[in-house]
Design a protein around this ligand. Structure first.
Ligand code: FAD
Length: 319
């Protein structure tokens, strides 16, 4: 079995570099992912995350004035992709496991696959509410919240499978991370409530927290402070994303319910094209990274979104 993230975090005295990948869109091949990973391997990431995406509802025109509602799985392949990366690059991989679209049995099966493939780290997240309804509805027989996945994994770690009549049951040995929100989760009524439920995930057995992206370190420091006061003691890994296009000002803040600080907005608005925006985004992320490293964060975790160039420019200045 591979190294557990929590042990990596315990054993390091310097800030580590890691990043998150999205599986390719259906129809593309795995080379596009290798093209994202290759340029970043020189910075020796001890681990790489791979997201999971549930099916999406789309409307397809069947004939004039008639639309058909279809469920399309645009980015399948997380488990297989994670294994391919693990064995090609000899790196620890952290696949994400989500509630959305999964029954409990399917979650267990995915975990069994990961276990057989020698992967013992996962990030447990709920998955987003669909664009059209904005309300998250679990699969029938599936989990409603990330905490329920954490509990299911902790059961498996004790050898408790869903089928109680199994004999010769082997316990798994998963280390689990969960998501945290320095600017609170969009559906939370307030920060205290969000931290209350975050603590439930940690109390259920999560080893560490990875944050949503943020552009103002003060938000991260204040979040960590509130978590500590609430009794959350596990490592809190900051998630960073360099702005790389003008429309990110609206897209990122709307999609992830985060604020873009005014000085950054003003710098982006001054840019003549997206090349200049990318430079501003890299410079901002470098400043953020330097301050976070100084504060002793265990890892800088970058959201690559399939674009390694900016992350590489940042990593070159930082690691
Ligand atoms: P939860 O922990 O279930 O929380 C969701 C909301 O419910 C919060 O407002 C919380 O306060 C509240 N809550 C939690 N528990 C309870 C409870 N027991 N009772 C009542 N309320 C409760 N999405 C994907 O689809 N695939 C991915 O791979 C993916 N990876 C991500 C990685 C990171 C680091 C982050 C930060 C997010 C990721 N997401 C991913 C997005 C994530 O799925 C969404 O942000 C989702 O809306 C919430 O997920 P969660 O795990 O925080 O949910």
């Amino acid at each position: 079995m591979g190294v557990k993230i929590i042990d990596l975090l315990k054993d390091t005295d310097k800030t580590l570099f890691s990043f998150e990948l999205l599986p390719p869109l259906k129809g593309q091949d795995i080379e596009s992912i290798y093209e994202t990973i290759d340029p970043l391997m020189e910075f020796k990431p001890p681990y790489i995350n791979v997201t999971y995406h549930q099916e999406e509802l789309v409307y397809r025109k069947v004939k004039e004035n008639l639309l058909e509602r279809k469920r399309i799985w645009k980015r399948p392949g997380t488990v297989a992709l994670s294994a391919a990366i693990k064995y090609k690059y000899k790196v620890v991989v952290v696949p994400h496991i989500i509630c959305g679209g999964f029954t409990r049995e399917e979650t267990e099966n995915a975990l069994i696959d990961l276990n057989f493939l020698g992967m013992n780290n996962v990030l447990a997240v709920r998955g987003d509410a669909p664009e059209d309804t904005k309300i998250f509805v679990p699969e029938e027989g599936g989990h409603k919240h990330a905490v329920d996945i954490v509990k299911q994994i902790m059961d498996l770690n004790k050898g408790i499978y869903l089928d109680e009549e199994l004999i010769h049951k082997r316990p798994t040995d998963f280390s689990v991370g969960v998501a945290g929100y320095p600017e609170k989760h969009s559906e939370s009524p307030n920060m205290d409530s969000d931290i209350h439920f975050l603590k439930k995930k940690v109390d259920a057995g999560a080893d560490y927290i990875v944050t949503q992206m943020f552009f103002d370190n003060v938000k991260y420091f204040s979040f960590v402070d509130k978590c500590r006061k609430a009794g959350i003691k596990v490592p809190i890994i900051p998630g960073l994303k360099p702005i790389s296009a003008y429309n990110h000002l609206q897209y990122l803040s709307k999609t992830f319910s985060i604020d873009i600080p005014d000085p950054l907005v003003r710098e982006v608005i001054k840019c003549k094209d997206n090349n200049q925006v990318r430079e501003v985004g890299v410079e901002w992320a470098v400043q953020q990274s330097r301050e976070l490293i100084k504060a002793g964060v265990p890892v800088l975790h970058f959201y690559s979104m399939g674009k390694p160039d900016n992350i590489k420019k940042i990593a070159k200045q930082i690691f």
